[in-house]
Structure formats: structure tokens, C-alpha cells
Ligand binder design. Structure first.
Ligand code: 4NP
Length: 150
């Protein structure tokens, strides 16, 4: 799961998917990163942590890191939150196989080429909206994993 800072959207996507992987007893490794190093080492934004906690997901243990080209070797699928993330991740790809791994996460809920809006400079409603979008998307991802459709 990749966004810009790895403190709002991608840690939530990471935490939601980890929880669903665990709930379904699946053997899947989940991680997240930011295309920038701006917040490397930081805990998730307290507004995202609070929104997630209120709705039943703990993301407080996650720490931000920057996306690196080795992630293409370590992961089978790379979900990005917006078009800018997509461009920045693709810029680090080296092969067609790398490129094929990168997907806009909202394409999983048939919002073709839609973006998970960056809630960083907005209010609480933005964080709730991000939660709704990513909860729905990670639910579909889990169903696809269970049905071998990814
Ligand atoms: P994220 O949100 O990409 O969802 O983690 C942001 C966090 C921090 C900044 C921008 C977006 N920032 O500019 O510091």
C-alpha cells in the first residue's frame, strides 16, 4: 500500500488489510510505504489513527518508510492511492513485470482511475471518507485473494 507520506492513507489501507488477512487466516504479507521520505520513521497521523481506532482498526504500531525499488522484488502487488503515487512508483520500476504489479486501489471497487483523496490538509470528514473507501477496497481485495483472482 503506497501513498505520498505513508502517514494517512497507506497505513490505513495496510492496517485494514492486515486485519482482514488475520481474520481470514490467510498467509499474506502486508506492508506500506510512502513515495516521499518526508515522514520516514513517523507513526501514522493522529487523526488517521483516531478515526481507525474508533472504527475498529489499530494502526498505531505502524511506522512510515519510503518506497524503494526492492519492493518490486519483495511484493506481488503494489496498490497506490492516486495518480501521482502511480507515476512515482512506476518511475522506479525496471521491468514490465514490475509495472504490472502496480494498481490504483480504487480500481478494485470499480471506481476506474479514481483517487483516494489526500486527507492531510482537510477536516475529520476527509478521514472518515478515506476509511470508507479503503474499507470497501480491502474487503474486495480479500475476497479476490480467497478466490485466487489476484
Ligand atoms: P498521505 O498524506 O500521503 O496519505 O500519508 C500526506 C501526509 C503528509 C503530507 C502529504 C500527504 N505532507 O505533505 O507532509
Amino acid at each position: 500500500m503506497v501513498c505520498l507520506g505513508n502517514i494517512c492513507r497507506s497505513p490505513l489501507a495496510d492496517g485494514l488489510l492486515r486485519q482482514k488477512v488475520s481474520d481470514n487466516n490467510l498467509d499474506v504479507e502486508v506492508d506500506s510505504a510512502g513515495t516521499s521520505a518526508l515522514h520516514a520513521g513517523d507513526a501514522p497521523d493522529h487523526r488517521m489513527t483516531a478515526t481507525a481506532k474508533k472504527r475498529g482498526t489499530d494502526i498505531s504500531f505502524l511506522r512510515a518508510r519510503q518506497f524503494k525499488s526492492k519492493d518490486f522484488q519483495d511484493f506481488d502487488l503494489i496498490y497506490v492511492m492516486d495518480q501521482s503515487n502511480l507515476r512515482n512508483v512506476l518511475a522506479l520500476s525496471q521491468t514490465d513485470s514490475d509495472k504490472k504489479k502496480v494498481k490504483l486501489i480504487l480500481n478494485e471497487i470499480s471506481k476506474i482511475d479514481a483517487e483516494v483523496p489526500d486527507p492531510y490538509y482537510g477536516g475529520q470528514a476527509g478521514f472518515e471518507h478515506v476509511y470508507d473507501l479503503l474499507d470497501e477496497a480491502t474487503e474486495i481485495i480479500i475476497e479476490k485473494i480467497k478466490n485466487n483472482q489476484l
